[in-house]
Design a protein around this ligand. Structure first.
Ligand code: GDP
Ligand code: IMO
Ligand code: MG
Length: 421
């Protein structure tokens, strides 16, 4: 039994990439189990910033196997570009990257369909990253999609054309007219590149290695509040971002799972549309965005910012079975006079600690508890004993509310900026 899971507990961008990179030396395999190039995981390699979209965040550790699991949707074009990016650091993806045969492919018309669908929604758009995620997962559950294993089939092009024709009819119905022929050219070049990579029977690959004692860290993408079943539907992504997604996305049994490491920012952000009860549309929100450099790693969009939401985090801890927390971006709060923590929602005059099944049709008024800010630069601190008392009180309260310990505090974007608590 040796699969640990690391995933985001909010609306994504919690700092998963940095934390996976930090933990990677303790594991033999880092495996992505869901999502696709909508993810943007930032890490620093020898002081250089790298953003990964498709490749697991263990890629910079030479002895770590990186697996793209069957639950992922894979854009060959992004993968190829990313492989070139990591090659500049002397990493050859043909050596330590493995891809499951069952992984679904994102084709150019999936991206076009994503765009057409969002345009048709107007004001009520999801705010998708437009990477083709929704349409690719629709083709998976609709049983039409192409998989990585199909690349080796001599009929691949015929299968592709059949799917494209189906998509074209849908695009016509949306009135979508953009010329995407250059996307197709890139796609076929990238497919040639993918044929050089190690494609494996993923579920046997991972289970064999687990049986032989390998330690696996499953790397989540997005966040629990973007989960297709338990997130803020319909403003979610199209996969199961929660720990249950590890079983379906890698083919490992639930008994294999040991620690579930939940990553949360010390505050909260969201990119794209949808409910966000603790959002701050004021100077404080602006300050969080500025100090935290809160701009999307995939799309560059400004992230919406607000206070930490314990009601939503409590749901995330419950449905994931979180056993330990990592709190990131604690340093971003260094300069704030007062901090707020949301403990309850008031909906139609009634207090609740439950996240309602839909959050758009009724006003949700967050109820806050205030904490004095610590007003100390924590970015250079190395141990828990050095942390300001006011910060300890803030974290202690979060521990108690959630009933899960904060085990690590990240105090800067660098690999070594992390404190064991
Ligand atoms: P992910 O999608 O969860 O991997 O997160 P992103 O990479 O999209 O966004 C997190 C951002 O915060 C990145 O720019 C990281 O470099 C940065 N970051 C991560 N941890 C910390 C931290 O503890 N403090 C600060 N200031 N920045 C951090
Ligand atoms: P990482 O892994 C933050 C958001 C989009 C949009 C919604 C649906 O970096 O944390 P999609 O492209 O999946 O159709 O978009 O989900 N979203 C993310 N937000 N971080 C991400 O990934 C995200 N991936 C998707 O902004 O609101
Ligand atoms: Mg991100």
């Amino acid at each position: 039994m040796m699969v640990d899971v690391l995933l985001g507990l909010q609306w994504g961008d919690e700092g998963k990439g940095k934390i996976v990179d930090y933990f990677a030396p303790g594991y033999d395999i880092i495996a992505r189990f869901q999502g696709g190039p909508n993810a943007g995981h930032t890490l620093y390699v020898n002081g250089n910033k790298v953003v990964l979209h498709q490749i697991p965040s263990g890629i910079f550790h030479a002895n770590t196997v990186n697996l793209i699991g069957s639950g992922v949707v894979l854009d060959a074009v992004t993968l190829r570009k990313e492989a070139e990016k990591v090659a500049a650091f002397g990493i050859d993806c043909r050596k330590n990257l493995f891809i499951s045969e069952r992984t679904q492919l994102i084709v150019p018309t999936h991206r076009a369909l994503d765009k057409a669908s969002e345009m048709s929604k107007g004001e009520s758009k999801i705010g998708s990253t437009l990477k083709g995620i929704g349409p690719a997962y629709m083709d998976k559950t609709g049983r039409n999609g192409l998989r990585v294993g199909d690349l080796l089939d001599k009929n691949f092009t015929t299968q592709y054309i059949k799917l494209r024709l189906k998509h074209q009819r849908l695009l016509d119905s949306f009135g979508f007219q953009e010329d995407i022929s250059s996307w197709e050219e890139e796609f076929f070049e990238a497919i040639e590149f993918m044929r050089e990579l190690k494609v494996v029977n993923g579920e046997y690959f991972i289970n064999d290695r687990i049986s032989k004692g390998s330690k696996v860290l499953a790397e989540g993408a997005q966040g629990s509040m973007l989960d297709v079943d338990f997130g803020t539907f319909p403003f979610v992504t199209s996969s199961n971002t929660i720990s249950a997604g590890v079983c379906t996305g890698l083919g490992v049994a639930p008994q294999r799972i040991r620690e579930v490491i939940g990553v949360t920012k010390a505050y909260c952000t969201r990119v794209g549309s949808g409910p966000f009860p603790t959002e701050l549309n004021d100077e404080t929100g602006e300050q969080l965005r500025k100090v935290g450099s809160e701009f999307g790693a995939t799309t560059g969009r400004p992230r919406r910012c607000g206070w930490i939401d314990l009601v939503a985090l409590n749901l995330a801890c419950m449905i994931n079975g979180v056993t330990q927390l990592v709190m990131t971006k604690a340093d971003v709060l260094d300069g704030f006079e007062t901090l707020q923590v949301c403990e309850e929602y008031v909906i139609a005059g009634r207090s609740t600690r439950e996240v309602p099944y839909q959050m758009m049709k009724q006003e949700i008024v967050p109820q806050y508890r205030s904490f004095p800010g610590w007003k100390t630069d924590i970015s250079t601190l190395k141990s828990e004993s050095e942390l300001p008392e006011k910060m300890k009180a803030y974290i202690q309260h979060i521990n108690q509310y959630l009933g899960v310990p904060v085990k690590y505090i990240s105090n800067g974007p660098g690999r070594d900026q992390i404190i064991l608590s």
